[in-house]
Design a protein. Structure first.
Length: 107
């Protein structure tokens, strides 16, 4: 792995007291493979984590939390894995609706 690929490009404290990080390598994978539409939107993802409108528990994995924030047109969803008290960005994407799951926090 190239030097700097493990360095965080994102480190955000969330309203539920979970610090979420994302490495340069992970961000590159998200925007180049999984959701290229998120390229150039790292700031939006940071804002979604820091000041979400709603946070939900994943119905499929109890260690996964979904953060939602709405812009003019759509929601941004940031998917975070909780592990040993830390949060790691799994992926992020724009969506038209919030997934089902228990609400953990709302603005």
């Amino acid at each position: 792995m190239a030097e700097g690929q493990d360095d965080p490009v994102l480190a955000v404290e969330t309203p539920i007291g979970l610090r979420v990080v994302c490495s340069a390598a992970r961000w590159h994978m998200i925007v180049s493979v999984k959701h290229p539409v998120m390229g150039g939107r790292l700031g939006d993802v940071a804002q979604t984590l820091a000041a979400p409108e709603e946070i939900r528990q994943s119905v499929r994995d109890e260690s996964v939390v979904l953060f939602y924030r709405r812009d003019e047109r759509r929601w941004t969803c940031a998917v975070v894995k909780r592990l040993d008290g830390e949060g790691f960005l799994i992926t992020c994407y724009p969506t038209d609706r919030i997934k089902s799951g228990d609400i953990l926090w709302t603005r």
